[in-house]
Design a protein around this ligand. Structure first.
Ligand code: ADP
Ligand code: ASP
Ligand code: MG
Length: 414
């Protein structure tokens, strides 16, 4: 069971979580619980690091930000004990959850779950702080923002759990963020592949890595709310969203929609280099250095001006890397041979995702028409087999998501 930050924010909520955990144990299950820091705590700690040293050492950053989860894991163990349960906390290095040494964005390499399994078998509830691990040198690492989801799936895989229940502040995965579109519909089932794509284009309900790990390790993941009415009669449908394989979805009676969901991501920035020579190697001279600096480029467009032998190149990078990207390209202005660099941070990427688009034409044109009808300008486009993304002005994000939600007939009946 994994509980997110909102579920862990304060004594009362932790008591509620402890109640949910206790009921699972009483139902005869062995339980490991992964917890997030209290809502807002990780942001607060990240800010302290920035204030202390703008160019902070990621290893020390990890020492600071991992503390949020240490607090909530201890508090949940204490609360469970107060309810009469046997419980103990297991910090990342105690389990151990072994990661690589990429501080602030470490990857889990191996979980040695023997001690954890023995403790669970003895009737003790294992409480594990999410987000953290230990590097080969024995230092604390963290898994990137939202990483507790990945901790939970990794622990579930390591103890060969029957299920990994991700409790959050919404009661499942919706066709789009239910906080933006009130008419969003809850999806009872969603495939790993669709969830992976939705997460990677900005649906923060699950961290992308947690979904790819669940897919690889075949972990049964369920997303549900920790704010349920504990006394409500048991429903015959699942209370949340189950992430399933393609075969399971085909075998269910759920009708497959053309579009599964819509996501928005405001964390990208757009860069345009104008009047680049239209010759072999020009584009390589831009993206080579960015790749070497570990800056991920997402959307790319190049316009060829046939008569002039010049071209403009536009691309997006993570907002957080924009300053570094600009500095790199400025340094290489001569070598690349562009005229002007224009950077723009106020953009949003809106994506529609659905496996159904593999066998259907017209998905992209519906998107372009719906946006055009509302006067929303498209600045860049990218597609994959099961996704179409467009870049627009960030101020139009919510309007665009609503308009597309209606255009693809995803709105719930009023
Ligand atoms: P936690 O703290 O539990 O990890 P997060 O804030 O990381 O929770 O993720 C839950 C949030 O994800 C929801 O509050 C919701 O606003 C947002 N969200 C974005 N897209 C979706 C979606 N398609 N379905 C459900 N929630 C979504
Ligand atoms: N507390 C961490 C964060 O906010 C990890 C998590 O909650 O998933 O990114
Ligand atoms: Mg989260």
């Amino acid at each position: 069971m994994k509980f997110g930050g909102t579920s862990m924010a304060g004594t009362e909520r932790i008591r509620r979580v402890a109640g949910i955990v206790k009921r699972q144990q009483e139902a005869g299950h062995e339980v490991a619980v992964v917890v997030s820091a209290m809502a807002g705590e990780t942001d607060r700690l990240v800010n302290f690091c920035r204030e202390a040293n703008a160019l902070y050492d990621p290893a020390e950053y990890d020492v600071v930000v991992a503390s949020g989860e240490q607090v909530t894991s201890g508090l949940l163990a204490l609360t469970l004990q107060a309810l009469g349960c046997k419980a103990r906390s297991w910090l990342g290095w105690q389990v151990p959850i072994k990661t690589d040494d990429a501080h602030a964005k470490a990857r889990i390499e191996e979980i040695d779950a023997e001690a954890l399994i023995a403790s669970m078998a003895s009737g003790e509830i294992a409480v594990i702080p999410g987000f953290q691990g230990v590097s080969p040198e024995g230092r604390v690492t963290t898994l990137g923002r939202g990483g507790s989801d990945t901790s939970a799936v990794a622990v579930a895989a390591a103890v060969k759990a029957d299920r990994c229940d991700i409790y959050t502040d919404v009661d499942g995965v919706y066709t789009t963020d239910p906080r933006i579109v009130a008419k969003a519909k809850k999806l009872p089932l969603v495939t790993y592949e669709e969830m992976l794509e939705l997460a990677s284009v900005g649906s923060k309900v699950l961290q992308t890595r947690s979904v790819s790990l669940a897919m690889k390790e075949k972990v049964r993941v369920q997303v549900l709310s920790s704010f349920i009415d504990e006394n409500a009669p048991a429903a015959d449908t699942l209370p949340g969203t189950m992430i399933v394989s393609d075969e399971e979805l085909e075998g269910s009676d759920m009708e497959r929609q053309l579009i599964t969901g819509i996501a928005a991501d405001k964390n990208e920035a757009k860069v345009t280099l104008t009047r680049i020579a239209d010759r072999p190697g020009a584009v390589a001279s831009i993206f080579g250095p960015l790749a070497e600096a570990n800056i991920n480029v997402d959307m790319i467009i190049q316009n060829i001006a046939k008569d002039k032998g010049e071209t403009d190149v536009t691309f997006t990078v993570p907002q957080a890397d924009l300053v570094r990207a600009q500095a790199l390209l400025e340094e290489r202005k001569e070598a690349i041979g562009y005229f002007r660099m224009i950077a723009e941070g106020n953009v949003a990427k809106i994506s529609v995702v659905g496996v159904g688009m593999r066998s259907h034409a017209g998905v992209a044109s519906t998107m372009f028409r719906a946006l055009a009808d509302r006067g929303i300008n498209i600045q860049a486009i990218s597609t994959s087999e099961i996704k179409v993304s467009v870049l627009i002005d960030a101020d139009e994000t919510e309007l665009a998501v609503r308009v597309l939600h209606t255009a693809y007939e995803l709105d719930a009946a009023a």
